[in-house]
Ligand binder design. Structure first.
Ligand code: KIV
Ligand code: ZN
Length: 504
């Protein structure tokens, strides 16, 4: 009989530790709801003591999510555990996830503690957490470089203290699949009480082996996989959920493992996370990259036309890749639009539907064919909206190859209109300079990305920017329009409004 593996998603915690990523509560909630639809077993919603924002986001996720265990990370320290419990206690199924480092390097240089001290602390803190919550996960940070015999002792001690899940992180992505599989096997064979708890693995991708290490662990007895959407995470990221899940699904005969993931939600989840974090998915990324199902060579195309399985080991439909159906035209009514939203899996409230419909009508006026991907971009634009201190009224650009680009911008702030003009090195630079004058702030554009949502000359352009003030943390902004200057202006204002709403 096949065994069922648990999928623990840490996009909202380790994934949010991706450099430059900073999600607000609404965005975290939106991702959490999508993870619930995807069917993960556990979601780690944040690191409660890290910041008040993290704490509030975990609390909000815990209150909203009903069918998934919600976890908060915490160090093996009483005040961290108290805060983690405060954040998750209202969840239907709460979990406290506590950790301490176990490798010689970390114990000597970071913790300045001996093995015995670390073991004693770990067991005491699991016992402490247990007074709050029955579901306790314990992680031995840097387990990949820890002495296996010490891991056996510490895992045995935390299980005796009440841990229900022990996690084996390859924190720095150092191990190879063979080594990591053996480490898991050794733990399974040498730890008393291990059969009563979940054996979890958490692999980082520094050498590009996170997914391979995770799968090797599964073959050696892991019962829970920790991963993130699009492989986000510290440095080179974590094992990517979509790759691990599609490997288990596509090679079911080999692994003989089942899971609870609805794979048809994978593509939508990947898109949502990419658009809200501002981290683009590389085109050749396995499973969700733009080229994952594209066949370039004539020989391949010929094979695919005759029989798909010649060059496709999984179908685009299995990950929910839309057929990019024509949705509707400018004469389509509200009813048909609402039906299409439902078919695409969206459950929006009335106000959100109204707003999306308004935008759809505007778009249908400019674009002949409105596709599923356009609709998804419109719905996601709503999610990245935040209180708007500055709203765009109008802009005018004069640009060309023989003139200096100039921009005139009109912004609305608390019912008064501010008009400013500026020149720049091209139309986008001129528009951004005019915005900065209008708001009286000098900003640094840290990153700028433009992508076409669909093909065709009239495609929607989606611009993602990262903007920082005085070398501070960057804020992400996103804007879409069939006019790429308008998309850029909207993205810049979105980032500025986000910055201002966090400061105020
Ligand atoms: O990589 C790691 O070790 C972690 C733990 C805290 C689980 O993220
Ligand atoms: Zn990690």
């Amino acid at each position: 009989m096949s065994k069922r593996i648990k999928i623990f998603d840490t996009t909202l915690r380790d994934g949010e530790q991706t450099p430059g990523v900073n999600l607000n509560i609404q965005e975290k909630l939106e991702i959490a709801k999508q993870l619930e639809k995807l069917g993960v077993d556990v979601m780690e919603a944040g690191f409660a003591i890290a910041s008040p924002g993290d704490f509030e986001a975990i609390k909000a996720v815990a209150a909203e999510i009903k069918n998934v265990t919600v976890a908060s990370l915490c160090r093996a320290v009483e005040k961290d555990i108290d805060r983690a419990w405060e954040a998750v206690k209202n969840a239907v199924s709460p979990r406290i996830h506590t950790f301490i480092a176990t490798s010689d390097i970390h114990m000597k240089y970071k913790l300045k503690m001996s093995e015995d001290e670390v073991l004693e602390r770990a067991a005491a803190m699991v016992k402490y957490a247990k007074k709050y919550c029955s579901d306790i996960e314990f992680s031995a940070e840097d387990a990949g470089r820890s002495r296996p015999e010490f891991l056996y002792r510490i895992f045995e001690a935390v299980i005796a203290a009440g841990a229900t899940c022990i996690n084996i992180p390859d924190t720095v992505g150092y191990t190879t699949p063979f080594e990591f599989g053996n480490l898991v096997k050794g733990i399974k064979e040498n730890v008393k009480g291990i059969e009563k708890v979940d054996i979890s693995v958490h692999c980082h991708n520094d050498l590009g082996m996170a997914v391979a290490n995770t799968l090797a662990a599964v073959e050696n007895g892991a019962t829970q996989i920790e991963c993130t959407i699009n492989g986000l995470g510290e440095r080179a990221g974590n094992a990517s959920l979509e790759e691990v899940v599609m490997a288990l699904t596509t090679r079911k005969n080999y692994y003989n493992i089942t899971h609870n993931i609805d794979t048809t939600q994978i593509y939508r989840t990947s898109k949502l996370v990419s658009s809200l974090t501002g981290v683009l998915v590389q085109p050749n990324k396995a499973v969700v990259g733009a080229n994952a199902f594209a066949h370039e060579s004539g020989i391949h195309q010929h094979g695919i036309l005759n029989e798909k399985s010649t060059y496709e080991i999984m179908t685009p439909e299995s990950i929910g890749l839309s057929q990019n159906k024509m949705v509707l035209g400018k004469l389509s009514g509200r009813h048909a639009f609402e039906d299409r939203l439902k078919e695409m899996g969206y459950t929006l409230d009335q106000e959100a539907i109204n707003k999306a419909f308004e935008k759809f009508k505007e778009l249908a006026d400019k674009k002949k064919v409105v596709l599923d991907d356009d609709i998804q971009a419109l719905v996601e634009e709503r999610v990245s909206q935040i209180p708007e201190m500055y709203q765009l009224v109008s802009f005018q650009i004069n640009s060309g190859n023989k003139v200096i680009s100039t921009a005139v911008i009109e912004l609305n702030r608390e019912n008064s209109v501010i008009t400013e003009a500026a020149t720049g090195d091209g139309p986008v630079d001129a528009a951004f300079n005019a915005i900065e004058r209008a708001i009286g702030m000098e900003l640094k554009l840290v990153d700028y990305n433009l992508r076409a949502v669909t093909g065709g000359k009239d495609a929607l352009g989606e611009v993602t920017v990262k903007v920082a003030k005085n070398g501070g943390k960057p804020f992400i902004g996103r804007g879409i329009s069939t006019d790429i200057i308008e998309a850029s202006v909207k993205a810049y204002l979105n980032a500025i409004n986000r910055m201002l709403s966090e400061i105020s």
